[in-house]
Write a protein that binds this ligand. Sequence first.
Ligand code: FE2
Length: 484
Amino acid sequence: MKSDIDSIYAKGIRLAPDAYDFLEKFALEPAILQKILASDSFMLTKDDLDGILSAEEKIPTETVVSRSPAFKPEAKEYAPNYKVIEKSDVSGKSRCTGKLEDFVAHFRDRYARISKIVRARISQNAIVPTSKLKSTSGSKVRLIAMVNKKQMTKKGNVLLEVEDEEGSAKVVVMKDTPGFKVHHKILNDDIIALDGKNVDELFICDNVEWPDIPVAREQRKSERDLGIAYLSDLHFGSKKFLEGEFSHFISWLNGSEGRADLAGKVKYIIIAGDVADGIGIYPEQEKELAVKDIYKQYAMFDSFMEKIPDYITVIMGPGNHDAVRRAEPQPIIPYDMVKSNVVRVGSPSRVEIEGLKHLIYHGNSLDSIIATGGLTYDKPHEAMLELVRRRHLSPIYGQNLIVPEDHDYLVIEDEPDVVHMGHVHKNGHMLYRGTLLLNSGTFQDRTDFQVRMGHVPSPGLVPILETKTGKVNYIGFKEGVAGT
Ligand SMILES: [Fe+2]
């Protein structure tokens, strides 16, 4: 930074051009600046700066990217075609003060919008409110309600307490009901349709339906033959950040690492959060950091962004490691952190790209949905499906921090064509009723924590969607990590 250079000059120390160039780009931590000012050299080179910094605080190396002169990218011939529909960046606009009324308004909005989706589902049974259950005299009806409490009985049946705007009801789902395997996955706060009969104050339910994507659609494709590369969890600044592999990815985009036909189609890159590793995200994180200055972590990212071909649009959202609040919706990564010319969105966000409706979300709630059982970190797309089934990105209240805005940004109101998440460091995708559910993995190598947890990530594996055919390709940049 200019002020660091001024202080060094004021001390009578000269800087070689390479040292000057470096210091112009990066902000120094005060302790490091003091070390440099204490130097008795007349002139410092970048090598000298490297020597002054401790081994822990290495200067990021200049990004080396190769470019093939024969590369003729098709994507360069097209103007970008994208529209940010909802970036859920509430910074500065929030009406929420965290009062009880805010939570009431938040949950009213959530209930109204999700129950509307459930109500629109086709059913042979008449929908009745809980208050009218008694008068249905044993005929088959449908309730639409939110689950307040779920209990498994000793005999393996499910007992529920549900609530709608008019009251509450006790529901039992018998274990011998056809489809029980699916039905018993009901979670607290689920907003669902329950078909059954009212018998002596108890609603005997034999069918459960979530709002879901009710009808299978054709996968949406675009007219133009372009590519979208999906990234997440880069973790710049971590000792485990795979700098070499990421350089290869950038070189690949520049047509010099094989599959130049596919590389040349890439018109968009979407990054679903955890751009930087951050500071103080978990106890003793500093031991895992190669770069302990958050500004410098983002400066490293910026230096890579400079090498991305300029016809590519980069769309970037935050994750739980980034320099924004942890509670959702998470706002955009600030301009004084990432300085590159990228399209900033919050988490979650909705962006239409080449006519494909994207829902981009870091995936903070994947941990809590996986913890409900029957799901694994190895198949993140299956956990993503559970969120889509509930039409909410963080359905279990209390498990993930939220800011109770009067509009719940986490409701999945429109049926997306692509749902893109990260967070779990494991690639995976599936086509579900016409919606592509995709997790974009990571560029952080396996951490000690993941070794202890037995979690095997899939670093350096980049999914590329061809928008005209709907095909997902994987390009691997780390030896031994193959596509799924
Ligand atoms: Fe994350």
